[in-house]
Design a protein around this ligand. Structure first.
Ligand code: ARG
Length: 450
C-alpha cells in the first residue's frame, strides 16, 4: 500500500488484510475527475482566504490541471493499492507539484470531499442519462410511428381484451420513461453540491470567500453553468452525513429498471412461438450449445432480470444508512458500488434496448390471426346496442350470451343471420354488427384518447 493521508497517531502498522478490505479505490477511482475539480475549487478558496501564497497556488493549480488532463486523456496512473481515490490523487499531486501538495488538505476532509465528488459525479452522469432517456424515448416512438396503422390484441389479465394500436403501446412505454426523466431532473436539482463542511464542523473560512472563489474557479475551468449548483454549505453536519441523494437516485433507477423489465417481458412474450408477433434481430439473441435450432432472447432476459440488481442496490443503500448516527460514518463507503452499478446498468440497457428495438420485425399474419378472435370486439358490440337505447348492463348481458353461444357452437358471430341475431336482441343490426366486428374499426373508434 502507498502513503496514507493519516498515520502519525498510530504506533503500529495497519493489518494488511484489513487494509485491503477497507480500500475503496476499486469503485471510487471513477470519481477522479470530480475529485480534481473539487481540489481545483478548494485551492481557489485557500488562496482567497490567504491560507496559501500566490506561488504555492500557481504550483498547485498547474499540478491539478495536469492531473485533470491525464484523467481526461486516460493517462492517469491509478494506484489500486491506495486507500481511496482521494489518497491516490494526493500522492499523484505530490509527484507533480512537490511538497506544496501537502497544503491541499488544509481546511478539508475526505468526509466532505467524497460527498462533493459523488454529487458532482451524479450530476454529470445524470445529465448524460437524461440524454440517453431522450434518445430511447425517440426510438420507442419511432417504432410506433413506423407501424402507425398496426393494430394488435390488447390484454388485461393476459387475456384478449380489446384491439389497440401498436403506436399507443409504444407511447405508453415512452410515457413511463418521460416520468423517469422528470424524476431524474428533480433529483439532480436537489443535489445541493457544496464545499466547506470539513470533517463535520465546517472550516474557519467565511462562506463569502467560498462563494466568490468557487465562482472564480468554475469560470477558470470553463464550467460557469455549475456556479448555480455549487456553493458554500448550509449545514456541515448535514453535508457529511447525507446520502439521501444516493438513495433517491437509486430509487428512480430502480423504477426505471422496472419499466425496462416490463417492456422486455412484453417483447419476450411477443417473440415466443405461441404469440409469434415479432422477430428480434440475431444481433440481440444467442443460441444453445445443445439444441441447434434455438434462438433465445437473452438480451431481453438479462435486462428483465437486472431489475433485481437495481432493487437490491436501492435496498442495500437504504439498509446501510438505517440507524446511522450523525454525522459521517465509514459505513457510508458501501454506497459506491450500488450507485455505480445501477447507473452503469441503466446506461448500457438503454443503448442495447434502443438497438434491439430497431431490429424488430412484426409478423403481421400471426397478429392478424389473433385479431380474428371476435371476442376482442365484444365491448364494441355492446356499445352498438347502447347507441340504440339499450342500458349498458343489459347490452353487456346480451353480448355475453352471444359470445358464449358462439364459443359453444363454434359458429362465428360474423356468420350469423339477422334472424339468429334477433334471438339475442331485436336491436342487434347485422350490418352494424359486421362493422363493429372489425378490430381496425374498434381501435379507431376510441376517441377519448386522441
Ligand atoms: N472512502 C470514504 C467513503 O466513501 C471516504 C473517506 C472518508 N474516510 C475516513 N476515514 N474519514 O465514504
Amino acid at each position: 500500500m502507498t502513503t496514507k493521508l493519516w498515520g502519525a497517531r498510530f504506533a503500529r502498522e495497519i493489518d494488511p488484510f484489513f487494509e485491503k478490505f477497507s480500500s475503496s479505490i476499486a469503485a471510487d477511482y471513477r470519481l477522479a475527475k470530480c475529485d480534481l475539480i473539487g481540489s481545483f475549487l478548494h485551492i481557489h478558496v485557500l488562496k482567497g482566504a490567504k491560507l496559501i501564497a500566490a506561488g504555492d497556488f500557481a504550483k498547485l493549480k498547474k499540478g491539478l490541471l495536469s492531473l485533470l488532463s491525464d484523467v481526461d486523456k486516460g493517462r492517469f496512473a491509478y494506484d489500486f493499492t491506495s486507500e481511496d481515490i482521494h489518497t491516490n490523487i494526493q500522492n499523484a499531486l505530490l509527484k507533480k507539484a512537490g511538497p506544496v501538495a501537502g497544503k491541499l488538505q488544509t481546511c478539508r476532509s475526505r468526509n466532505d470531499q467524497v460527498v462533493f465528488d459523488t454529487k458532482l459525479y451524479c450530476l454529470i452522469n445524470g445529465a448524460r442519462l437524461q440524454e440517453s432517456i431522450f434518445f430511447f424515448r425517440k426510438t420507442l416512438l419511432a417504432l410506433g410511428n413506423l407501424h402507425s396503422s398496426l393494430v394488435m390484441p390488447g390484454y388485461t389479465h393476459m387475456q384478449h381484451a380489446q384491439p389497440v394500436y401498436l403506436k399507443d403501446y409504444c407511447s405508453a412505454y415512452a410515457l413511463m420513461f418521460e416520468r423517469d426523466a422528470q424524476r431524474l431532473e428533480d433529483a439532480l436539482m436537489r443535489l445541493d453540491i457544496s464545499q466547506g463542511a470539513g470533517a463535520l464542523a465546517g472550516t474557519p473560512i467565511p462562506s463569502s470567500i467560498y462563494k466568490a472563489q468557487i465562482k472564480k474557479a468554475l469560470d477558470a475551468l470553463k464550467m460557469p453553468g455549475l456556479a448555480k449548483l455549487v456553493g458554500p454549505c448550509e449545514n456541515s453536519l448535514s453535508v457529511v452525513s447525507d446520502r439521501d441523494f444516493v438513495a433517491e437516485l437509486l430509487s428512480l433507477l430502480a423504477i426505471m429498471g422496472m419499466h425496462i423489465s416490463r417492456l422486455c417481458e412484453d417483447l419476450v412474450l411477443w417473440s415466443s412461438r405461441e404469440f409469434g408477433f415479432i422477430e428480434i434481430g440475431d444481433e440481440y439473441c444467442t443460441g444453445s450449445s445443445l439444441m441447434p435450432q434455438k434462438k433465445n432472447p437473452d438480451a431481453l432476459e438479462l435486462m428483465r432480470g437486472s431489475a433485481g440488481i437495481l432493487y437490491g442496490n436501492l435496498i442495500s443503500v437504504l439498509v446501510i444508512l438505517k440507524g446511522l448516527p450523525l454525522s459521517y460514518n465509514r459505513d457510508m463507503q458501501w454506497d459506491k458500488e450500488p450507485l455505480f452499478s445501477s447507473l452503469e446498468l441503466i446506461e448500457s440497457e438503454l443503448v442495447i434496448l434502443s438497438g434491439l428495438l430497431k431490429t424488430i420485425k412484426f409478423n403481421k399474419a400471426n397478429i392478424e390471426h389473433q385479431l380474428g378472435d371476435e371476442s376482442l370486439c365484444a365491448t364494441d358490440l355492446a356499445d352498438h346496442l347502447v347507441a340504440s337505447g339499450v342500458p349498458f348492463q343489459e347490452a353487456h348481458k346480451v353480448i355475453g350470451k352471444l359470445v358464449r353461444h358462439s364459443l359453444k357452437t363454434g359458429k362465428k358471430i360474423k356468420g350469423m343471420t339477422q334472424e339468429e341475431l334477433n334471438l339475442f336482441s331485436k336491436k342487434l343490426n347485422k350490418r352494424e354488427v359486421l362493422k363493429r366486428l372489425n378490430p381496425y374499426f374498434c381501435a379507431s373508434s376510441k376517441k377519448s384518447v386522441r
